[in-house]
Ligand binder design. Structure first.
Ligand SMILES: Nc1nc2c(ncn2[C@@H]2O[C@H](COP(=O)(O)OP(=O)(O)OP(=O)(O)O)[C@@H](O)[C@H]2O)c(=O)[nH]1
Ligand SMILES: [Mg+2]
Ligand SMILES: [Zn+2]
Length: 293
């Protein structure tokens, strides 16, 4: 039986891409008994007598999976933040980074709407870019109003499955349309009263862009850390992870413990104040979360 990949799940159907052809399939068989839910991105075994009456028979093992958005086998996450409208926020960026690091997916930071940045604000953005680059993140500045550098983005996307994630209204769909105008993805308005988008994109679908597959996701509405436990959090901050071994106490949470290498690095300005502050904020948020049973 042929193998394929689910590129869209909608109204009870799975759309399975195999050798360049998409088959509309229903779910059947083993994965139901195992209580598995097929996700967009899943590699599957399927059978199809024609283009519209196929059945997904079994799911192949996943490399990874996200619950929100529901996508499997992701190579990288394009974390999209806008320089303006909505306003650039390192806290929101760090929130996405933590979620993506937790799932061990490679993050790439895209900063959109650079056309709206005035000259005197440019430097602030550049400083942030440098500090994220220093942590080892790839950062791309762009405007969806400018001619795209297709070679650069082909290099980024080709042969990979990416999710594009970010707050509503930052320009995710605009970016994908710019790279592949044939997509004609729906673009939202920025609500002038709220200064943010309105969740124009509603379902998850893998679309072909520059030789890769990208899941345009609805702007994450809930970005909570409900899968993340306190002891995971230090691993989700690259610079904290880097100093961790030098702390006196194993299992140091880098809050009030003596001889903490992270606090030392903070004092020496080797760790950025705002990053550590976000660590503390997220720590509190997870700590005060209601217990689940
Ligand atoms: N000035 C400027 N406006 C942009 C840019 N990119 C997108 N926009 C505008 O921002 C608004 C939202 O763009 P979308 O592409 O719908 O945003 P999205 O991230 O897909 O939003 P959701 O689907 O709601 O998650 C639209 O009015 C776009 O025209 C940009 O680079 N510069
Ligand atoms: Mg969109
Ligand atoms: Zn420590």
């Amino acid at each position: 039986m042929p193998e394929g990949q689910i590129i869209k799940a909608l109204s009870g159907f799975y759309y399975v891409l195999s050798d360049g052809i998409t088959y509309q399939c229903k779910g059947r068989g083993l994965f139901r008994k195992k209580k598995q839910t097929p996700l967009v991105g899943d590699k599957v075994i399927f059978e199809a007598a024609n283009l519209t009456d196929g059945y997904v028979i079994d799911l192949l093992p996943r490399k990874n999976e996200l619950i929100r958005p529901p996508v499997a086998n992701i190579d990288q996450a394009l974390i999209t933040v806008s320089a303006k409208e909505p306003q650039f926020s390192t806290k929101l960026l760090d929130r996405f980074l933590v979620l993506v690091e937790f799932h061990q997916i490679e993050p790439i930071i895209l900063i959109t709407k650079m056309d709206l940045v005035k000259e005197d604000e440019q430097e602030i953005i550049n400083d942030y870019v440098k500090s994220y680059q220093k942590l080892g993140y790839r950062v791309k500045l762009l405007s969806n109003r400018w001619e795209p550098n297709l070679a650069l983005f082909t290099d980024l996307l080709k042969d990979k499955i990416s999710v594009i994630a970010g707050q509503s209204g930052v320009g995710k769909s605009s970016f994908l349309n710019l790279l592949n105008p044939a997509l004609a993805l729906e673009i939202g308005e920025i609500s002038s009263s709220l200064g943010r988008g309105k969740h124009t994109t509603r379902h998850v679908e893998l679309i072909e862009v520059l030789g890769g597959m990208v899941a345009d996701t609805p702007g994450f509405s809930s970005l909570d850390f409900d899968q993340i436990e306190l002891n995971h959090l230090p691993f989700c901050f690259r610079e904290i992870n880097q100093y961790r071994d030098q702390c006196k106490f194993r299992g140091c949470m880098h809050i009030n413990e003596p001889q903490c290498a992270v606090k030392d690095a903070l004092e020496n300005k080797e760790i950025k104040e705002y990053r550590y502050q976000h660590y503390l904020d997220f720590y509190q948020e997870i700590k005060s979360r209601k217990p689940r049973y």
